[in-house]
Design a protein around this ligand. Structure first.
Ligand code: ATP
Ligand code: MG
Length: 236
């Protein structure tokens, strides 16, 4: 079988002290949605940082589009086609919505107006509020800014760490619909989600992480149907 489009393979490492990740593997195929769930402190964000190159791995590797990128900086990974929306501090609050999108295009030397128009098509409220400081937007709108900013580099894979954190169920559904739309346009999605049921529902592949290691890996559907996964991680 061909290797996955993006894979963080048997990743081990941490922040200088004890290891947080213990041989953790995450992968996503072209145009598919992979979802990572697990308890607080399981290392989900740490694993995302590792895939994006923000964490030095003691063992394991990251491969993307057939290439070993383990040694690349996050900036170089962006150039290769990775977009990342971190869990916190993912927008510039004092800058306008449009300035945030422009910042997102930092690696582009070409005309990025088309991409900005696509982001505004995907998230019409951002067009309406384009001159407002991003810090004045609602939680759900800020997440749209963060996702839109990451799309400005025209990534091949978009990594999202809890894109629906702190938003209402209706806004969450909206955001998931947009994420599905992004995936259908051919961009792979690797995302961490606290709303495990809803996220696994739209996931081609799901990972349950516990204490920095893979506990369960299967299709989203199969995980949802697994009694042990349901009982321990999905609230029954
Ligand atoms: N910058 C850091 N420096 C040192 N330790 C950290 C750092 N960030 C996270 N940790 C530790 O790494 C472990 C995993 O944290 P991580 O943020 O990856 O968990 P998570 O699964 O994303 O949790 P949550 O669901 O709360 O977002 C925790 O024990 C945490 O204290
Ligand atoms: Mg986290």
């Amino acid at each position: 079988m061909a290797e996955p489009f993006l894979i963080g393979e048997t990743m081990t490492g941490g922040y200088g002290g004890a290891d947080i990740l213990h041989g953790c593997t995450l992968a996503v195929e072209r145009g598919e949605i992979a979802v990572i769930v697990g308890p607080n402190g399981a290392g989900k964000s740490t694993a995302m940082k590792a895939v994006f190159g923000m964490l030095k791995l003691r063992a394991g590797r990251v491969r993307f589009d057939g290439e070993d990128i383990t040694a690349l900086s996050p900036q170089d990974r962006v150039v290769r086609g990775m977009g990342f929306v971190p869990q916190t501090q993912n927008i510039f609050t004092s800058m306008s919505v449009e300035e945030n999108l422009e910042m997102g295009a930092f690696i582009r030397r070409d005309d990025f107006r088309d991409t900005m128009a696509q982001v505004y098509d995907l998230f019409p409220i951002l067009k309406e509020k384009r001159n407002q400081p991003a810090g004045e937007l609602s939680g759900g709108q800020r997440q749209q800014v963060a996702v839109g900013r990451a799309l400005m580099t025209r990534p091949k894979v978009l990594m999202l760490d809890e894109p629906t954190a702190g938003v209402s169920p209706i806004v969450m559904d909206e955001l998931f619909d947009r994420i599905i739309e992004i995936a259908r346009s051919g961009i792979s999605i690797l995302m961490v989600e606290q709303n495990a049921r809803q996220a696994l529902e739209i996931a081609d592949k799901g990972y349950v992480l516990v204490q920095g290691a893979n506990r369960f890996t299967d299709t989203g559907k199969a995980l949802m149907a697994d009694p042990e996964v349901r009982r321990s991680f999905l609230g029954g």
